[in-house]
Design a protein around this ligand. Structure first.
Ligand SMILES: Cc1ncc(COP(=O)(O)O)c(C=O)c1O
Length: 389
């Protein structure tokens, strides 16, 4: 059994290989391969290993792309869920950070099982959760690395002060099966700030908070091997801070309407191919509502003209146009999503485009809540039915 068992769905799309966009059924997710390669190279050249890039794979959920990122020099990958990490480990990736707390028996079991085959690190902000992870690690005879998550301004997960971090670190030190590797603090509250100076100031403040925790923990004798932060909006700002050891950027691979004005070094490499299903004097309607495209933060736009949508409904994407606008019922258009990770999570596969034709079909794994096929895979693995990664 291999990871292919997760993606028999790919077979249903294989007939599209060799077709042009005019022959595809819409909505279809198009991946511009030369641009993905270029974005990966641009990020790798920009960071150049200092700090390391640990790209966030929630943005693509695709083994082929993760491998391209590793080949370009990434230190390992970041995931949002334990299922993404399990999938990446079973595809051969060996240094994985789950940049989230993993809570719940089945998820923690999956984490510990995955730690038997790959170096795993997970975020923690609660001693009770850490104790459960420690127990699972011992049972699996595995070691799990932990980063104390610090809230640096998002008011999401993470300890709220250096004192809380110190208390947690001391307790973590006594838990078998766990190894405290450092801290993480994602400055996501800066991600949508278009003004670069304001963004830089906010991100700088956020990293000050993170580094204050680093100093307090170092003063207590803890070695901070990892100080992890950063996203597509701050990779160059946070990345310029020499105390940060790794950057977790993800969306740069594809980009979207939200990130484009903020990270202009990267190009749009992901679109949804749509068909015009209705055309009146003032409105164009595409077959691409929220079931086919991510419209979080900002509404989608037409790729060619940049025209922003007026509304994104369940099945329909609507554009205000004048009567001369050159789109008719049946025409094909590519649309750029508001937020690429949500778009990816909806679709089953990428149509990988090169020289105007579909060059390949790549599966998008651990979609939705993400655990269905993996649950079967891991259960079989425990029962000794699976022998290879
Ligand atoms: C913890 C964490 N790190 C990194 C990222 C990557 O951000 P981006 O996709 O903007 O690169 C995210 C995105 O939500 C995140 O939640």
């Amino acid at each position: 059994m291999t990871l292919d068992t997760f993606s028999t769905v790919v077979d249903a799309y294989r007939a599209d290989i060799g077709r042009t966009r005019n022959d595809l059924t819409t909505p279809a997710l198009l991946l511009d391969l030369p641009r993905v390669r270029k974005n990966i190279q641009t990020m790798a050249a920009s960071l150049n290993g200092a700090p390391h890039l640990r790209p966030h794979v929630k943005s693509h959920k695709c083994v082929q792309i993760a491998k391209m990122q590793i080949e370009a020099g990434a230190a390992g990958v970041t995931t949002a869920t334990v299922w993404e990490a399990a999938m990446m480990a079973r595809a051969g990736m060996d240094d994985l950070l789950i940049a989230n707390e993993v809570v719940g028996d089945e998820k923690i079991h999956c984490l510990a099982e995955t730690a038997r085959i790959a170096r795993m690190t997970v975020a923690v902000d609660h001693i009770g959760n850490a104790e459960t992870v420690s127990a699972a690690a011992q049972l699996a005879k595995a070691e799990i690395g932990v980063l104390i998550e610090v809230d640096v301004g998002m008011n999401r997960c993470g300890v709220r002060s250096a004192e809380e971090a110190r208390t947690l670190a001391k307790k973590l030190g006594s838990l078998p099966g766990l190894r405290l590797r450092g801290v993480m603090g994602y400055e996501g509250h800066c991600a949508l700030e278009v003004n670069r100076d304001v963004r830089a100031a906010k991100a700088g403040e956020a990293m000050k908070k993170l580094l204050a925790v680093v100093e307090a923990l170092e003063a207590d004798g803890f070695e901070m091997q990892v100080v992890s932060a950063g996203g597509t909006s701050t990779y160059d700002l946070t990345g310029a801070n020499r105390r940060i050891t790794e950057i977790q950027a993800g969306s740069y691979v594809f980009m979207d309407v939200t990130r484009l004005p903020i990270a202009p070094a990267f190009e749009i490499a992901l679109t949804v191919l749509c068909t015009v299903v209705s055309r009146t004097a003032d409105t164009v309607v595409l077959d691409c509502g929220k079931k086919a495209i991510g419209a979080d933060f900002m509404l989608p736009r037409l790729k060619e003209s940049g025209l922003p949508a007026r509304a994104c409904a369940e099945e329909h994407l609507l554009f205000d146009v004048d009567s001369n606008y050159p789109l008719e019922v049946g025409d094909r258009v590519e649309v750029v999503s508001g937020y690429c990770p949500i778009t990816v999570n909806i679709h089953e596969v990428y149509h990988v485009m090169e020289d105007g034709v579909v060059a390949d079909i790549w599966p998008i794994l651990t979609r939705g809540p993400g655990f269905g096929p993996l649950r079967r895979f891991i259960r079989n693995q425990r029962n000794g039915l699976v022998t290879q990664r």
